[in-house]
Design a protein around this ligand. Sequence first.
Ligand code: NBP
Length: 480
Amino acid sequence: MKADIGLIGLAVMGQNLVLNMIDHGYTVAVYNRTVSKVDAFVEEANRNDALIGCHSIEELVEALQKPRKIILMVKAGSPVDDFINQLVPLLEKGDIIIDGGNSHYLDTIRRTKFLEEQGILFVGTGISGGEEGARHGPAIMPGGSKDAWPLIKPIFQDIAAKVDGVPCCEWMGPDGAGHYVKMVHNGIEYADMQLISEAYHLLRYYMKLDVDQISDIFAEWNQGKLKSYLIEITSDILKVKDEDGLPLIDKVLDAAGQKGTGKWTAISSLELGVPTTLITTAVYQRFLSALKDTRVEAASKIKDVDHEEITESSKIDEDFINHLQEALYASKIVAYSQGFQLLSQASKEYNWDLNLGTIALIWRGGCIIRSAFLNKIKEVHDQNPHFEHLILETFFLKKVEMALPSLRKVVMKALSTGIPVPAFAAALTWLDSFRSKYLPANLIQAQRDYFGAHGFERIDYPRGTSFHVNWQEKLKTMKK
Ligand code: NBP
Protein backbone atom coordinates (compact mmCIF):
# COMPACT_ATOMS: atom_id res chain seq x y z
CA MET A 1 0.00 0.00 0.00
CA LYS A 2 1.37 3.43 -0.98
CA ALA A 3 0.11 6.52 0.84
CA ASP A 4 -1.76 9.38 -0.84
CA ILE A 5 0.14 11.95 1.16
CA GLY A 6 2.91 12.21 3.76
CA LEU A 7 3.12 14.40 6.85
CA ILE A 8 6.17 15.34 8.91
CA GLY A 9 5.65 16.80 12.37
CA LEU A 10 3.43 14.93 14.78
CA ALA A 11 2.65 17.66 17.31
CA VAL A 12 -0.89 18.84 17.96
CA MET A 13 -1.58 20.26 14.47
CA GLY A 14 0.09 17.45 12.55
CA GLN A 15 -1.65 14.63 14.43
CA ASN A 16 -5.08 16.19 14.00
CA LEU A 17 -4.60 16.90 10.31
CA VAL A 18 -3.57 13.28 9.76
CA LEU A 19 -6.71 12.01 11.51
CA ASN A 20 -8.81 14.46 9.47
CA MET A 21 -7.28 13.18 6.20
CA ILE A 22 -7.84 9.54 7.24
CA ASP A 23 -11.49 10.35 8.05
CA HIS A 24 -11.84 11.55 4.46
CA GLY A 25 -10.56 8.32 3.03
CA TYR A 26 -6.90 9.16 2.46
CA THR A 27 -3.93 7.01 3.37
CA VAL A 28 -1.23 8.97 5.17
CA ALA A 29 2.44 8.21 5.84
CA VAL A 30 3.91 10.02 8.84
CA TYR A 31 7.32 10.88 10.25
CA ASN A 32 8.56 12.94 13.19
CA ARG A 33 12.02 14.12 14.25
CA THR A 34 11.62 12.37 17.58
CA VAL A 35 10.85 8.99 16.07
CA SER A 36 9.30 7.50 19.22
CA LYS A 37 6.34 9.86 18.65
CA VAL A 38 5.62 8.07 15.36
CA ASP A 39 5.08 4.72 17.06
CA ALA A 40 3.10 6.27 19.90
CA PHE A 41 0.82 8.06 17.44
CA VAL A 42 0.33 5.05 15.16
CA GLU A 43 -0.56 2.90 18.16
CA GLU A 44 -2.98 5.44 19.61
CA ALA A 45 -4.65 6.22 16.28
CA ASN A 46 -5.20 2.50 15.68
CA ARG A 47 -5.79 2.99 11.94
CA ASN A 48 -3.34 0.54 10.41
CA ASP A 49 -5.47 0.41 7.26
CA ALA A 50 -4.79 4.09 6.48
CA LEU A 51 -1.74 5.13 8.50
CA ILE A 52 1.87 4.24 7.75
CA GLY A 53 4.41 5.08 10.47
CA CYS A 54 7.90 5.80 9.07
CA HIS A 55 11.14 5.82 11.03
CA SER A 56 13.22 7.83 8.58
CA ILE A 57 12.74 10.44 5.87
CA GLU A 58 13.84 7.85 3.30
CA GLU A 59 11.14 5.46 4.48
CA LEU A 60 8.55 8.24 4.24
CA VAL A 61 9.53 9.19 0.69
CA GLU A 62 9.46 5.49 -0.29
CA ALA A 63 5.96 5.07 1.16
CA LEU A 64 4.34 7.72 -1.07
CA GLN A 65 2.51 7.57 -4.39
CA LYS A 66 4.04 9.74 -7.12
CA PRO A 67 4.00 12.64 -7.56
CA ARG A 68 4.75 12.71 -3.85
CA LYS A 69 2.97 15.17 -1.61
CA ILE A 70 4.57 15.88 1.77
CA ILE A 71 3.15 18.26 4.35
CA LEU A 72 5.56 19.80 6.87
CA MET A 73 3.74 20.57 10.11
CA VAL A 74 6.74 21.62 12.17
CA LYS A 75 7.84 24.68 14.09
CA ALA A 76 8.31 27.61 11.72
CA GLY A 77 11.86 28.74 10.96
CA SER A 78 14.97 26.60 10.55
CA PRO A 79 13.16 23.23 11.11
CA VAL A 80 11.31 23.85 7.81
CA ASP A 81 14.59 24.52 5.94
CA ASP A 82 16.21 21.50 7.60
CA PHE A 83 13.47 19.17 6.40
CA ILE A 84 13.45 20.72 2.91
CA ASN A 85 17.21 20.15 2.67
CA GLN A 86 16.82 16.53 3.77
CA LEU A 87 13.96 15.93 1.32
CA VAL A 88 15.38 17.53 -1.82
CA PRO A 89 17.96 14.81 -2.63
CA LEU A 90 15.28 12.12 -2.19
CA LEU A 91 12.53 13.71 -4.32
CA GLU A 92 11.90 13.75 -8.07
CA LYS A 93 10.79 16.55 -10.37
CA GLY A 94 7.09 17.30 -9.93
CA ASP A 95 6.96 16.14 -6.29
CA ILE A 96 5.34 18.59 -3.88
CA ILE A 97 6.47 19.90 -0.51
CA ILE A 98 3.77 21.71 1.47
CA ASP A 99 4.64 23.87 4.46
CA GLY A 100 1.53 24.04 6.65
CA GLY A 101 3.13 25.89 9.57
CA ASN A 102 3.01 29.58 10.35
CA SER A 103 6.04 30.47 8.24
CA HIS A 104 6.99 34.03 7.39
CA TYR A 105 5.86 34.89 3.85
CA LEU A 106 9.34 36.09 2.86
CA ASP A 107 10.72 32.64 3.79
CA THR A 108 7.98 31.11 1.63
CA ILE A 109 8.91 33.36 -1.31
CA ARG A 110 12.56 32.26 -0.91
CA ARG A 111 11.70 28.56 -0.54
CA THR A 112 9.36 28.56 -3.55
CA LYS A 113 12.11 30.01 -5.74
CA PHE A 114 14.74 27.57 -4.42
CA LEU A 115 12.54 24.49 -4.86
CA GLU A 116 11.12 25.47 -8.25
CA GLU A 117 14.72 25.81 -9.47
CA GLN A 118 15.14 22.12 -8.55
CA GLY A 119 11.90 21.17 -10.34
CA ILE A 120 10.09 20.56 -7.05
CA LEU A 121 6.75 22.24 -6.41
CA PHE A 122 6.33 24.15 -3.17
CA VAL A 123 3.16 25.22 -1.40
CA GLY A 124 3.16 27.53 1.62
CA THR A 125 -0.21 27.22 3.23
CA GLY A 126 -1.84 28.95 6.14
CA ILE A 127 -3.95 26.58 8.22
CA SER A 128 -6.22 28.20 10.77
CA GLY A 129 -8.49 26.87 13.45
CA GLY A 130 -6.06 25.42 15.97
CA GLU A 131 -6.35 21.82 17.16
CA GLU A 132 -10.11 21.61 16.70
CA GLY A 133 -9.94 23.06 13.19
CA ALA A 134 -7.15 20.72 12.15
CA ARG A 135 -9.18 17.74 13.37
CA HIS A 136 -12.62 18.62 12.01
CA GLY A 137 -12.09 21.23 9.29
CA PRO A 138 -9.72 24.18 9.22
CA ALA A 139 -9.65 27.18 6.91
CA ILE A 140 -6.79 26.55 4.51
CA MET A 141 -4.96 29.25 2.55
CA PRO A 142 -2.53 27.69 0.06
CA GLY A 143 -0.17 29.60 -2.21
CA GLY A 144 3.06 28.91 -4.08
CA SER A 145 3.71 26.74 -7.16
CA LYS A 146 0.39 26.89 -9.04
CA ASP A 147 1.00 23.52 -10.77
CA ALA A 148 0.67 21.85 -7.37
CA TRP A 149 -2.88 23.10 -6.85
CA PRO A 150 -4.82 20.60 -9.02
CA LEU A 151 -2.91 17.77 -7.36
CA ILE A 152 -3.58 18.79 -3.76
CA LYS A 153 -6.96 20.50 -4.24
CA PRO A 154 -9.16 17.40 -3.67
CA ILE A 155 -7.45 16.50 -0.38
CA PHE A 156 -7.30 20.08 0.87
CA GLN A 157 -10.91 20.90 0.01
CA ASP A 158 -12.10 17.59 1.49
CA ILE A 159 -10.49 18.22 4.86
CA ALA A 160 -11.33 21.94 5.03
CA ALA A 161 -14.30 23.39 6.91
CA LYS A 162 -17.43 23.90 4.80
CA VAL A 163 -19.89 26.77 4.99
CA ASP A 164 -23.11 26.34 2.96
CA GLY A 165 -21.34 23.44 1.26
CA VAL A 166 -18.45 25.68 0.13
CA PRO A 167 -14.99 24.53 1.28
CA CYS A 168 -12.99 27.08 3.26
CA CYS A 169 -9.98 26.48 1.07
CA GLU A 170 -9.03 28.13 -2.20
CA TRP A 171 -5.83 28.93 -4.04
CA MET A 172 -4.50 32.29 -2.84
CA GLY A 173 -1.75 33.08 -5.33
CA PRO A 174 1.97 32.70 -6.07
CA ASP A 175 4.85 32.09 -3.64
CA GLY A 176 4.16 33.78 -0.25
CA ALA A 177 0.49 34.67 -0.90
CA GLY A 178 -1.01 31.91 1.27
CA HIS A 179 1.19 32.57 4.26
CA TYR A 180 0.66 36.33 3.90
CA VAL A 181 -3.12 35.91 3.94
CA LYS A 182 -2.85 33.70 7.05
CA MET A 183 -0.60 36.30 8.67
CA VAL A 184 -3.15 39.08 8.11
CA HIS A 185 -5.88 36.72 9.35
CA ASN A 186 -3.92 36.48 12.59
CA GLY A 187 -3.39 40.26 12.69
CA ILE A 188 -7.16 40.77 12.47
CA GLU A 189 -7.56 38.07 15.13
CA TYR A 190 -5.32 40.13 17.48
CA ALA A 191 -7.53 43.19 16.87
CA ASP A 192 -10.78 41.23 17.38
CA MET A 193 -9.49 39.72 20.63
CA GLN A 194 -8.23 43.06 21.98
CA LEU A 195 -11.58 44.74 21.24
CA ILE A 196 -13.53 41.95 22.91
CA SER A 197 -11.25 42.08 25.95
CA GLU A 198 -11.73 45.87 26.21
CA ALA A 199 -15.52 45.44 26.02
CA TYR A 200 -15.23 42.86 28.83
CA HIS A 201 -13.06 45.25 30.84
CA LEU A 202 -15.63 48.04 30.52
CA LEU A 203 -18.51 45.75 31.50
CA ARG A 204 -16.53 44.57 34.49
CA TYR A 205 -14.87 47.77 35.73
CA TYR A 206 -17.06 50.57 34.43
CA MET A 207 -20.44 48.87 34.66
CA LYS A 208 -19.31 46.66 37.52
CA LEU A 209 -21.22 43.63 36.30
CA ASP A 210 -20.32 40.19 37.54
CA VAL A 211 -18.75 37.60 35.29
CA ASP A 212 -21.95 35.60 34.78
CA GLN A 213 -23.84 38.71 33.70
CA ILE A 214 -21.07 39.53 31.22
CA SER A 215 -21.14 35.97 29.88
CA ASP A 216 -24.87 36.41 29.22
CA ILE A 217 -24.27 39.69 27.40
CA PHE A 218 -21.71 38.06 25.10
CA ALA A 219 -24.10 35.15 24.53
CA GLU A 220 -26.78 37.65 23.52
CA TRP A 221 -24.40 39.53 21.23
CA ASN A 222 -23.61 36.20 19.62
CA GLN A 223 -27.20 36.06 18.38
CA GLY A 224 -26.86 39.29 16.41
CA LYS A 225 -24.51 41.07 14.04
CA LEU A 226 -21.48 40.30 16.23
CA LYS A 227 -22.09 36.55 15.91
CA SER A 228 -18.65 34.99 15.74
CA TYR A 229 -16.48 32.23 17.14
CA LEU A 230 -14.52 34.64 19.36
CA ILE A 231 -17.66 36.16 20.93
CA GLU A 232 -19.05 32.64 21.45
CA ILE A 233 -15.94 31.33 23.22
CA THR A 234 -15.72 34.50 25.33
CA SER A 235 -19.18 33.77 26.72
CA ASP A 236 -18.12 30.16 27.41
CA ILE A 237 -14.86 31.18 29.08
CA LEU A 238 -16.69 33.52 31.46
CA LYS A 239 -18.97 30.68 32.61
CA VAL A 240 -16.08 28.50 33.79
CA LYS A 241 -15.47 28.34 37.55
CA ASP A 242 -12.31 27.32 39.39
CA GLU A 243 -12.25 24.61 42.09
CA ASP A 244 -13.32 27.21 44.69
CA GLY A 245 -16.40 28.12 42.65
CA LEU A 246 -15.02 31.53 41.64
CA PRO A 247 -14.64 32.55 37.99
CA LEU A 248 -11.52 30.96 36.51
CA ILE A 249 -10.92 34.09 34.42
CA ASP A 250 -10.00 35.96 37.62
CA LYS A 251 -7.17 33.49 38.27
CA VAL A 252 -5.64 33.94 34.81
CA LEU A 253 -2.60 36.24 34.80
CA ASP A 254 -3.21 39.35 32.70
CA ALA A 255 -0.05 39.07 30.58
CA ALA A 256 -0.78 38.10 26.96
CA GLY A 257 1.55 35.91 24.95
CA GLN A 258 2.15 35.88 21.23
CA LYS A 259 3.91 33.82 18.62
CA GLY A 260 4.78 36.57 16.16
CA THR A 261 2.21 36.65 13.35
CA GLY A 262 0.57 39.84 14.74
CA LYS A 263 3.99 41.46 14.95
CA TRP A 264 4.75 40.41 11.36
CA THR A 265 1.45 41.97 10.23
CA ALA A 266 2.36 45.22 11.96
CA ILE A 267 5.86 45.20 10.44
CA SER A 268 4.49 44.52 6.97
CA SER A 269 1.97 47.35 7.33
CA LEU A 270 4.78 49.74 8.23
CA GLU A 271 6.84 48.56 5.28
CA LEU A 272 3.93 48.92 2.87
CA GLY A 273 2.75 52.22 4.36
CA VAL A 274 -0.74 50.98 5.28
CA PRO A 275 -2.13 52.55 8.48
CA THR A 276 -3.35 49.40 10.24
CA THR A 277 -3.52 51.31 13.52
CA LEU A 278 -6.02 49.04 15.24
CA ILE A 279 -4.17 45.83 14.47
CA THR A 280 -0.84 47.34 15.44
CA THR A 281 -2.28 48.75 18.67
CA ALA A 282 -3.53 45.26 19.56
CA VAL A 283 0.01 43.91 19.09
CA TYR A 284 1.53 46.70 21.23
CA GLN A 285 -1.11 46.10 23.89
CA ARG A 286 0.00 42.48 24.23
CA PHE A 287 3.56 43.71 24.81
CA LEU A 288 2.28 46.25 27.35
CA SER A 289 0.19 43.64 29.15
CA ALA A 290 3.27 41.44 29.48
CA LEU A 291 5.00 44.16 31.56
CA LYS A 292 2.97 42.99 34.54
CA ASP A 293 5.48 43.82 37.31
CA THR A 294 6.19 47.27 35.90
CA ARG A 295 2.48 47.97 35.57
CA VAL A 296 1.87 46.98 39.17
CA GLU A 297 4.64 49.37 40.25
CA ALA A 298 3.29 52.16 38.02
CA ALA A 299 -0.22 51.62 39.41
CA SER A 300 1.07 52.48 42.87
CA LYS A 301 3.02 55.52 41.67
CA ILE A 302 1.01 57.27 38.94
CA LYS A 303 -2.16 58.47 40.58
CA ASP A 304 -5.05 59.93 38.60
CA VAL A 305 -8.70 59.10 38.00
CA ASP A 306 -9.23 55.49 38.83
CA HIS A 307 -12.06 53.03 38.55
CA GLU A 308 -12.93 51.75 42.00
CA GLU A 309 -12.39 48.21 43.16
CA ILE A 310 -14.90 45.78 41.72
CA THR A 311 -18.20 45.66 43.54
CA GLU A 312 -20.20 42.82 42.05
CA SER A 313 -23.67 42.80 40.55
CA SER A 314 -24.74 46.36 40.13
CA LYS A 315 -27.72 47.09 37.95
CA ILE A 316 -27.54 46.68 34.21
CA ASP A 317 -27.47 49.87 32.14
CA GLU A 318 -29.03 48.59 28.89
CA ASP A 319 -28.29 51.86 27.17
CA PHE A 320 -24.55 51.59 27.73
CA ILE A 321 -24.53 47.92 26.76
CA ASN A 322 -26.15 48.83 23.45
CA HIS A 323 -23.59 51.56 22.84
CA LEU A 324 -20.83 49.08 23.63
CA GLN A 325 -22.23 46.56 21.17
CA GLU A 326 -22.34 49.25 18.48
CA ALA A 327 -18.82 50.42 19.38
CA LEU A 328 -17.55 46.87 19.02
CA TYR A 329 -19.25 46.54 15.65
CA ALA A 330 -17.87 49.85 14.33
CA SER A 331 -14.38 48.95 15.54
CA LYS A 332 -14.61 45.52 13.97
CA ILE A 333 -15.41 47.16 10.64
CA VAL A 334 -12.32 49.35 11.06
CA ALA A 335 -10.12 46.33 11.89
CA TYR A 336 -11.29 44.38 8.84
CA SER A 337 -11.05 47.45 6.62
CA GLN A 338 -7.46 47.92 7.69
CA GLY A 339 -6.66 44.23 7.23
CA PHE A 340 -8.19 44.11 3.75
CA GLN A 341 -6.40 47.30 2.76
CA LEU A 342 -3.14 45.68 3.81
CA LEU A 343 -3.96 42.60 1.72
CA SER A 344 -4.78 44.80 -1.23
CA GLN A 345 -1.52 46.74 -0.96
CA ALA A 346 0.58 43.58 -0.51
CA SER A 347 -1.13 42.06 -3.53
CA LYS A 348 0.06 45.01 -5.65
CA GLU A 349 3.53 45.01 -4.12
CA TYR A 350 4.17 41.28 -4.63
CA ASN A 351 2.04 40.77 -7.80
CA TRP A 352 -0.16 38.19 -6.10
CA ASP A 353 -3.49 39.22 -7.61
CA LEU A 354 -5.25 38.30 -4.36
CA ASN A 355 -9.00 37.86 -4.59
CA LEU A 356 -10.35 39.63 -1.49
CA GLY A 357 -13.83 38.14 -1.96
CA THR A 358 -12.42 34.60 -1.94
CA ILE A 359 -10.42 35.41 1.18
CA ALA A 360 -13.59 36.60 2.97
CA LEU A 361 -15.33 33.45 1.74
CA ILE A 362 -12.76 31.01 3.11
CA TRP A 363 -12.49 32.84 6.45
CA ARG A 364 -16.22 32.20 7.09
CA GLY A 365 -15.51 28.78 8.57
CA GLY A 366 -12.83 26.77 10.30
CA CYS A 367 -10.70 29.72 11.37
CA ILE A 368 -10.53 31.73 14.57
CA ILE A 369 -12.04 34.92 13.10
CA ARG A 370 -14.98 33.12 11.49
CA SER A 371 -18.11 35.22 11.75
CA ALA A 372 -21.36 36.19 10.11
CA PHE A 373 -19.66 39.49 9.29
CA LEU A 374 -17.45 37.87 6.62
CA ASN A 375 -20.51 37.06 4.50
CA LYS A 376 -21.12 40.79 4.26
CA ILE A 377 -17.54 41.43 3.11
CA LYS A 378 -17.99 38.78 0.43
CA GLU A 379 -21.28 40.38 -0.70
CA VAL A 380 -19.68 43.83 -0.83
CA HIS A 381 -16.81 42.41 -2.85
CA ASP A 382 -19.21 40.72 -5.27
CA GLN A 383 -20.90 44.07 -5.88
CA ASN A 384 -17.63 45.94 -6.31
CA PRO A 385 -14.57 43.68 -6.71
CA HIS A 386 -12.30 46.71 -7.05
CA PHE A 387 -13.35 48.55 -3.90
CA GLU A 388 -10.73 50.96 -2.70
CA HIS A 389 -11.63 50.75 0.94
CA LEU A 390 -14.12 48.40 2.55
CA ILE A 391 -15.40 51.14 4.82
CA LEU A 392 -16.36 53.34 1.85
CA GLU A 393 -18.71 50.70 0.44
CA THR A 394 -22.38 51.54 1.04
CA PHE A 395 -23.20 48.69 3.44
CA PHE A 396 -20.31 49.32 5.82
CA LEU A 397 -20.50 53.09 5.38
CA LYS A 398 -24.06 53.10 6.68
CA LYS A 399 -23.20 50.78 9.55
CA VAL A 400 -20.26 52.91 10.61
CA GLU A 401 -22.28 56.12 10.38
CA MET A 402 -24.87 54.60 12.68
CA ALA A 403 -22.38 53.17 15.17
CA LEU A 404 -19.89 56.05 15.31
CA PRO A 405 -21.73 58.08 17.99
CA SER A 406 -21.80 54.97 20.21
CA LEU A 407 -18.09 54.38 19.69
CA ARG A 408 -17.39 58.00 20.64
CA LYS A 409 -19.56 57.71 23.76
CA VAL A 410 -17.82 54.50 24.88
CA VAL A 411 -14.33 55.90 24.33
CA MET A 412 -15.17 59.14 26.16
CA LYS A 413 -16.58 57.23 29.13
CA ALA A 414 -13.54 55.00 29.26
CA LEU A 415 -11.08 57.89 29.01
CA SER A 416 -12.82 59.84 31.75
CA THR A 417 -12.74 56.88 34.13
CA GLY A 418 -9.17 55.81 33.36
CA ILE A 419 -10.10 52.44 31.88
CA PRO A 420 -7.67 51.73 29.04
CA VAL A 421 -9.35 51.14 25.68
CA PRO A 422 -6.48 51.49 23.20
CA ALA A 423 -8.16 49.47 20.45
CA PHE A 424 -11.51 51.28 20.67
CA ALA A 425 -9.63 54.59 20.77
CA ALA A 426 -7.48 53.56 17.79
CA ALA A 427 -10.63 52.71 15.84
CA LEU A 428 -12.20 56.06 16.71
CA THR A 429 -9.13 58.19 15.98
CA TRP A 430 -8.52 56.29 12.74
CA LEU A 431 -12.11 56.95 11.71
CA ASP A 432 -11.87 60.61 12.69
CA SER A 433 -8.62 60.96 10.74
CA PHE A 434 -9.92 59.03 7.76
CA ARG A 435 -13.02 61.22 7.48
CA SER A 436 -11.07 64.47 8.02
CA LYS A 437 -10.82 66.74 5.01
CA TYR A 438 -8.03 68.59 6.78
CA LEU A 439 -5.31 67.12 8.96
CA PRO A 440 -2.46 69.05 10.58
CA ALA A 441 0.00 67.42 8.20
CA ASN A 442 0.46 70.87 6.62
CA LEU A 443 2.32 71.87 9.76
CA ILE A 444 4.44 68.70 9.62
CA GLN A 445 5.35 69.50 6.01
CA ALA A 446 6.26 73.07 6.97
CA GLN A 447 8.45 71.83 9.84
CA ARG A 448 10.18 69.33 7.51
CA ASP A 449 10.82 72.09 5.01
CA TYR A 450 12.05 74.46 7.75
CA PHE A 451 14.70 72.11 9.18
CA GLY A 452 15.45 69.85 6.21
CA ALA A 453 14.43 71.68 3.02
CA HIS A 454 12.23 68.68 2.18
CA GLY A 455 9.81 70.80 0.17
CA PHE A 456 6.02 70.89 0.28
CA GLU A 457 3.07 70.99 -2.05
CA ARG A 458 0.67 73.97 -2.02
CA ILE A 459 -3.11 73.70 -2.03
CA ASP A 460 -3.30 76.42 -4.69
CA TYR A 461 -1.03 74.56 -7.17
CA PRO A 462 -1.45 71.20 -8.94
CA ARG A 463 -0.33 68.13 -6.93
CA GLY A 464 3.28 67.13 -7.53
CA THR A 465 4.75 70.63 -7.69
CA SER A 466 7.27 71.04 -4.91
CA PHE A 467 7.97 74.34 -3.14
CA HIS A 468 10.70 75.27 -0.73
CA VAL A 469 10.81 78.32 1.49
CA ASN A 470 13.63 79.61 3.65
CA TRP A 471 11.30 80.05 6.60
CA GLN A 472 13.80 81.97 8.77
CA GLU A 473 14.68 84.40 5.94
CA LYS A 474 11.02 84.90 5.19
CA LEU A 475 10.37 85.66 8.83
CA LYS A 476 13.22 88.19 8.90
CA THR A 477 12.01 89.97 5.73
CA MET A 478 8.52 90.07 7.11
CA LYS A 479 9.77 91.79 10.29
CA LYS A 480 11.47 94.53 8.27
P1 NBP B 1 4.97 23.05 17.14
O1 NBP B 1 4.99 24.38 16.51
O2 NBP B 1 5.07 22.94 18.60
O3 NBP B 1 6.14 22.16 16.48
C1 NBP B 1 6.33 20.85 16.91
C2 NBP B 1 6.89 20.02 15.79
O4 NBP B 1 8.07 20.63 15.26
C3 NBP B 1 7.29 18.65 16.28
O5 NBP B 1 7.08 17.72 15.26
C4 NBP B 1 8.77 18.84 16.56
O6 NBP B 1 9.50 17.66 16.54
C5 NBP B 1 9.15 19.71 15.40
N1 NBP B 1 10.43 20.40 15.59
C6 NBP B 1 10.80 21.34 16.47
BR1 NBP B 1 9.74 22.00 17.81
N2 NBP B 1 12.05 21.75 16.32
C7 NBP B 1 12.51 21.03 15.30
C8 NBP B 1 13.75 21.01 14.66
N3 NBP B 1 14.75 21.82 15.02
N4 NBP B 1 13.92 20.15 13.65
C9 NBP B 1 12.92 19.35 13.27
N5 NBP B 1 11.69 19.33 13.84
C10 NBP B 1 11.50 20.17 14.84
O7 NBP B 1 3.70 22.19 16.66
P2 NBP B 1 2.19 22.64 16.37
O8 NBP B 1 1.63 23.48 17.47
O9 NBP B 1 1.50 21.39 15.98
O10 NBP B 1 2.32 23.58 15.10
C11 NBP B 1 2.88 23.17 13.88
C12 NBP B 1 2.92 24.36 12.94
O11 NBP B 1 1.58 24.80 12.72
C13 NBP B 1 3.68 25.56 13.50
O12 NBP B 1 4.30 26.25 12.46
C14 NBP B 1 2.59 26.41 14.08
O13 NBP B 1 2.93 27.78 14.14
C15 NBP B 1 1.46 26.17 13.10
N6 NBP B 1 0.12 26.36 13.63
C16 NBP B 1 -0.18 25.99 14.89
C17 NBP B 1 -1.48 26.18 15.36
C18 NBP B 1 -1.86 25.75 16.75
O14 NBP B 1 -3.00 26.07 17.17
N7 NBP B 1 -1.01 25.06 17.48
C19 NBP B 1 -2.45 26.73 14.54
C20 NBP B 1 -2.12 27.06 13.24
C21 NBP B 1 -0.83 26.88 12.79
P3 NBP B 1 9.81 16.88 17.91
O15 NBP B 1 8.57 16.12 18.22
O16 NBP B 1 10.94 16.02 17.55
O17 NBP B 1 10.14 17.91 18.94
